[in-house]
Design a protein around this ligand. Structure first.
Ligand code: SRM
Ligand code: SF4
Length: 570
């Protein structure tokens, strides 16, 4: 720990600090729990600890009440989240996860997430070890995709499109490796690795109590802000000269979560610390992470993320500490601009003459539906594909690195299985939701299951007002944790209770403005009523090509959120 304690929050440490400290570097008694077949679940401490290994204990909330009535324990199972820096996975790995999802998960799906990876939902206890061993054989792990650590590192999609993207992707991987836990607990518990626990073992960067809270990192290549930098604790914005990467602007302290009724919590944009040359990247990554490790709030987890540390200690103090630790002086920020956030659907050709096909996956849920066999389609493509797959931070999929001679075959498979559908509107492509019910224990309202019909309603309103060629960045999140990143949308719905949402408007299309609450705790019918009126006004009063989020601010319908710590709740 750093000796400079003036920014350490005093008080009784949160219980998570005790369990991390006592866990013997993330071992706890997970192994004992695994062999306890009386329950399908884990003890309270291990319930938290398995997160550091990339798993969450869940149960299906649709059947919870019925099981309780029958005096059965909830049908405990785990959700697994893989670690895939930049979202890249090879076709042979895809076939492994495709088969595991079919054979051993309750829902049979591969779920692409908003952080460029996939989740299995519904793995029962007897199959957990098999799952890790299967993934390991395929070269995939799930270390540190959850828990108080640096999570899966994002990178702007389509990295093979140019040399710059390739370099950015390599940095995302290096940062991920550098900040990974060093404990051998994962190998010991899941892969039957040799027990090497000893007093020598240590976590030099994360610290033996790990971080105060989760920590998220991206590498982004402007002008596409597809990773949504302002949702992240630490961002490296690629700065290039003559097409080659020369360094990064570093943005620190973004995050989107809040708690209903607690104004000490709020979404916050990241601050620009300035420019660093390439050779300082890993030092700065560790410098920001360890400053947050030492100064972050370990007393109150609600105020523990980097965004609150910056608000409490001041941006300049935090930045000076990072400079000291990383041995660097931040230079003046280099100019860059974000002009888009969405994925580019369809084919693009890379500098090497290879082709990349981005396909739309509604909600990121890869499954065979009656009218489209998305999962079979991806597997068929994986059987012949020579390049790789790339998961995007918008829950879509890129079939990347296709040689010219295979383009036609892959396209016809994609069409056959509904991975390419001409009828999907721009509005649908610009809409996103978090998982929410039935698997998420924190869900307050539907999100993934509500999104498709909500988008159909919005499409009808756009058509009614002659705006069917336009779209609104529309995001739904089942609770204020904000996993669907509604707090960076032009229209953001935040679950409040069954069928009820807080309705926010006024974000921008580039993801650089937080939307303001317009109406609280309203139903779908009320939301569509308000949208009807707002889209009607937008169609008549907009300037030139003015976007919906910009219009509602200019028209004075809501005030812009400028400094969310002060004006988000005003
Ligand atoms: Fe999230 C917790 C799903 C991206 C903020 N998130 C959860 C859990 C694990 C619920 C839990 O703790 O038991 C959800 C599991 C649902 C399920 O059944 O799968 C969950 N989060 C997701 C995913 C799968 C949503 C999706 O539809 O894609 C995303 C997985 C990302 C990944 O691969 O790592 C996901 N979560 C996000 C994002 C968006 C992002 O990072 O770009 C956010 C907002 C950004 C941020 O962190 O500020 C987000 N999730 C949270 C929070 C609030 C954190 C906080 O600052 O308070 C929680 C709850 C918590 O940590 O206490 C949470
Ligand atoms: Fe669950 Fe809430 Fe995250 Fe949605 S936003 S996945 S409901 S924690």
């Amino acid at each position: 720990m750093n000796n400079d304690n003036k920014f350490v929050v005093e008080g009784k440490l949160s219980d998570n600090e005790r369990l991390k400290g006592q866990s013997r570097l993330l071992r706890g008694t997970i192994t004992e729990d695994l062999s306890d077949d009386v329950t399908g679940g884990f003890t309270a401490d291990n319930f938290q600890l398995i997160r550091f290994h990339g798993m969450y204990q869940q149960d299906d909330r649709d059947i919870r009440a019925e099981r309780i009535k029958q005096k059965l324990e909830p049908l405990h199972n785990v959700m697994l989240r893989a670690r895939l820096p930049g979202g890249i996975i090879k076709p042979d790995q895809w076939l492994v996860i495709d088969k595991f999802a079919a054979d051993y998960t309750m829902y049979g799906s591969i779920r692409l997430t908003t952080r460029q990876t996939f989740q299995f939902h519904g793995v029962l206890k007897p199959n957990i070890k098999l799952m890790h061993q299967t993934l390991n054989k395929a070269g995939i792990d799930s270390i540190a995709t959850a828990g108080d650590v640096n999570r899966n590192v994002l990178c702007t999609s389509n990295p093979v499109e140019s040399e710059l993207h390739q370099e950015a992707y390599e940095w995302a991987t290096k940062i991920s490796e550098h900040l990974l836990p060093k404990t051998k607990a994962y190998a010991e518990i899941w892969l039957d690795g040799e027990k090497i626990e000893s007093t020598q073992e240590d976590e030099p960067i994360l610290g033996n109590n790990y971080l105060p809270r989760k920590f998220k990192t991206t590498v982004v290549v402007p002008p596409n802000n597809d990773v949504d930098v302002h949702a992240n604790d630490l961002n490296f914005v690629a700065i290039a000269e003559n097409g080659r990467l020369i360094g990064f602007n570093v943005l620190v302290g973004g995050g989107l979560a809040m708690t209903h009724g607690d104004k000490s919590t709020f979404p916050r944009k990241a601050d620009d610390f300035g420019f660093i040359p390439l050779d300082k990247t890993l030092d700065v990554a560790a410098g920001v992470l360890t400053t947050q490790r030492d100064w972050g709030n370990r007393v109150n987890r609600k105020n523990a993320k980097t965004k609150y540390t910056l608000e409490r200690v001041g941006v300049e103090n935090f930045k000076a500490e990072v400079e000291k630790r990383a041995g660097v002086k931040f230079g003046e920020s280099r100019p860059y601009e974000f002009t888009s956030r969405g994925d580019r659907f369809g084919w693009v050709e890379g500098v090497d003459g290879k082709h990349h096909l981005t396909v739309f996956i509604e909600n990121g849920r890869i499954l065979d539906y009656p009218n489209k066999t998305l999962k079979s389609g991806c597997a068929e493509i994986a059987k012949i594909h020579k390049g790789d797959f790339r998961m995007t931070a918008n829950q879509n999929l890129i079939i990347a690195g296709v040689p010219s001679e295979q383009k036609e075959t892959i396209e016809s498979l994609a069409v056959k299985h509904g991975l390419i559908e001409a009828s999907v509107s721009n509005q649908r492509k610009d809409s996103m939701a978090c998982v929410s019910l039935p698997t998420c224990p924190l869900a307050m309202a539907e999100a993934e299951r509500y999104l498709p019909s909500a988008v159909t309603e919005v499409e009808a309103l756009l058509a009614k007002h002659g705006m069917e060629q336009e779209s609104i960045i529309y995001r739904i999140t089942g609770c204020p944790n904000g996993c669907g990143r509604a707090m960076l949308a032009e229209v953001g719905l935040v679950g409040k209770g069954p069928g009820k949402y807080n309705f926010h408007i006024g974000g921008d299309r580039e993801g650089t403005r937080i939307p303001k609450m317009y109406k609280e705790n309203i139903t779908d019918t009320e939301i569509m009523g308000h949208l009807d009126e707002l889209i009607g006004r937008w169609s008549k009063e907009r300037n030139d090509k003015e976007a919906f989020g910009d219009f509602v601010i200019r028209a004075g319908i809501v005030a812009p959120v400028i400094d969310s710590a002060k004006d988000f709740y005003e």
